[in-house]
Design a protein around this ligand. Structure first.
Ligand code: PLP
Length: 373
C-alpha cells in the first residue's frame, strides 16, 4: 500500500523540520551499551527540582484521578502577585513553548509574518511555519562584536513590515547566551507598530546578573503589544513537568485562552510550580552554582585557547575551531552529551549546559581528550 500522506499534509507542516532535542541519556546508553553518562545538553538545572516542589507533588499524587484546575487559579494568582499584575494578564502553558505556540495560533496565518534574529531559538520558526506564516530573519551581530552572534535589534526592527504580526526576542538568547540591554530593548519595542506583538522570551531570566539586563515584565502597562514568557523548566528544575507562563495584556491573554486545550497544565505541574516559585533559597543556590560554573568554563576555554560566546545564561557555546559534529560524536563515546548547534547556523560550536563543578570538570576532561590538546 503506498500513500503519499506528506502531500496531504497542510503546506506549513510539509515544509517543517522537527525540533531536535538534546540526546536523552537512556538513548545513548542503549546505543553504546555504556552507563553513568552525563547529559549537559538541555539546559536543565544540575541541582534538580526544589525539595519543596517534590514535597508538594507527593501530597498531590492521590488526586490525579481528578482533572486539574483548568484555570490554574492558585498558580496564576501567585505569578500575578509576584509581577504586580492582575491575574487576567497571566496565561499558563504546557511549558513556555506552548505559550509561543498559542501566540502563533492566535495571531499568525498565511499572509502574515513572524520576525526573529539569526541564531534565535528554534521554536520560533517552528510555530510560525506550522500555521503557514512566513518568517523574516534578521542578521545577527558579527563574530567580532562584543556580543558575538547576538541579536541586533536595529536589524530586527528593519525586517518588520506591515504584515509582521509577531516578533520573537529571546533575552538571553538560546543557543548563544547573549543578551540585549534595557535601553535597546525598550527602544525596539517602542519602535514597533501597535499591530506587531513583541514576544520577549525570558526563559533564563533568573540567571542573569547584569545590571543593564531588563525585566520586560515591568513594561506590560506601557506596551500593550508586549508578551513576556517565563518557564519553570530552567532554574526551577521542573523541565519534565512541562510548565511555563505568559504575561500580556488581558485581551491578548483572553485570545490565547481561546486556543489552548481546556486542561493544558497538569495538576502535579501546577502544585510543583507553586511550591518552587516560593523556594527562593533553591533559586539563589542555582544562580550561585551557575555563576561559578560559567567562570569555570570561561577560564578553562581561555587557558586552552578555545574561543567561546560570552554567556549570561546556564549554558555556554565553545568554538571547536573546526566542524563540531565529529567532536560531539567523540564526546558521546566518552559518555558526555552536549549539544551541536549546526542547525542554528553555528557549525563550529558546541553548546554545553553549566553543571555542578565536578560535572563541568568531567566535560572539560572529555573535551581535552577528544580535541587532543
Ligand atoms: C528552554 C527554553 C524555553 C522553555 O521551554 P519550556 O517549554 O518552558 O520547557 C523557552 N525559550 C527558550 C529560548 C528556551 O531556551
Amino acid at each position: 500500500m503506498s500513500c503519499d500522506f506528506t502531500s496531504l499534509a497542510v503546506a506549513g507542516v510539509r515544509g517543517l523540520k522537527p525540533y531536535e532535542p538534546g540526546k536523552p541519556i537512556e538513548e545513548l546508553e542503549r546505543e553504546l551499551g555504556i552507563r553513568d553518562s552525563l547529559k549537559l545538553a538541555s539546559n536543565e538545572n544540575p541541582l534538580g527540582p526544589s525539595p519543596r516542589a517534590l514535597k508538594a507533588m507527593r501530597g498531590e499524587l492521590e488526586t490525579v484521578s481528578v482533572y486539574p484546575d483548568g484555570n490554574g487559579f492558585a498558580l496564576k494568582q501567585a505569578v500575578a502577585d509576584y509581577h504586580g499584575l492582575p491575574r487576567e494578564c497571566v496565561t499558563l502553558g504546557n511549558g513556555s513553548n506552548e505559550i509561543l505556540e498559542l501566540v502563533a495560533r492566535a495571531f499568525l496565518q498565511p499572509g502574515l509574518e513572524a520576525a526573529f534574529s539569526t541564531h534565535a531559538f528554534a521554536v520560533y520558526p517552528l510555530v510560525a511555519q506550522a500555521v503557514g506564516a512566513a518568517t523574516r530573519v534578521a542578521p545577527a551581530n558579527p563574530s567580532d562584536h562584543a556580543m558575538p552572534y547576538g541579536h541586533n535589534l536595529e536589524a530586527l526592527a528593519a525586517v518588520v513590515s506591515k504584515s509582521t504580526r509577531v516578533v520573537f526576542v529571546a533575552n538571553p538568547n538560546n543557543p548563544t547566551g547573549t543578551w540585549v540591554d534595557r535601553a535597546s530593548l525598550q527602544a525596539f519595542i517602542h519602535s514597533l507598530p501597535r499591530s506587531t506583538l513583541a514576544v520577549v522570551d525570558e526563559a533564563y531570566f533568573e540567571y542573569v546578573e547584569e545590571p543593564e539586563y531588563p525585566n520586560a515584565a515591568k513594561w506590560l502597562r506601557r506596551f500593550p503589544n508586549l508578551i513576556v514568557t517565563r518557564t519553570f523548566s530552567k532554574i526551577y528544575g521542573l523541565a519534565g513537568l512541562r510548565i511555563g507562563y505568559g504575561l500580556s495584556h488581558p485581551e491578548v491573554a483572553e485570545l490565547l485562552n481561546r486556543v489552548r486545550q481546556p486542561f493544558n497544565v497538569n495538576s502535579l505541574a501546577q502544585r510543583a510550580a507553586l511550591a518552587a516559585f516560593g523556594d527562593h533559597e533553591h533559586v539563589a543556590q542555582s544562580v550561585t552554582v551557575n555563576a561559578r560554573g560559567l567562570a569555570q568554563y570561561c577560564d578553562a576555554f581561555a587557558a586552552r585557547g578555545l574561543g567561546f560566546i560570552p554567556s549570561v545564561a546556564n549554558f555556554i557555546c565553545v568554538d571547536a575551531g573546526r566542524e563540531a559534529m565529529p567532536i560531539y560524536y567523540a564526546l558521546l563515546r566518552e559518555a558526555v552529551i552536549v549539544r551541536p548547534i549546526a542547525s542554528y547556523g553555528l557549525p563550529r560550536f558546541l553548546r554545553i549546559t553549566v553543571g555542578r563543578e565536578e560535572e563541568n570538570r568531567r566535560v572539560l576532561a572529555a573535551l581535552d581528550k577528544v580535541l587532543r590538546l
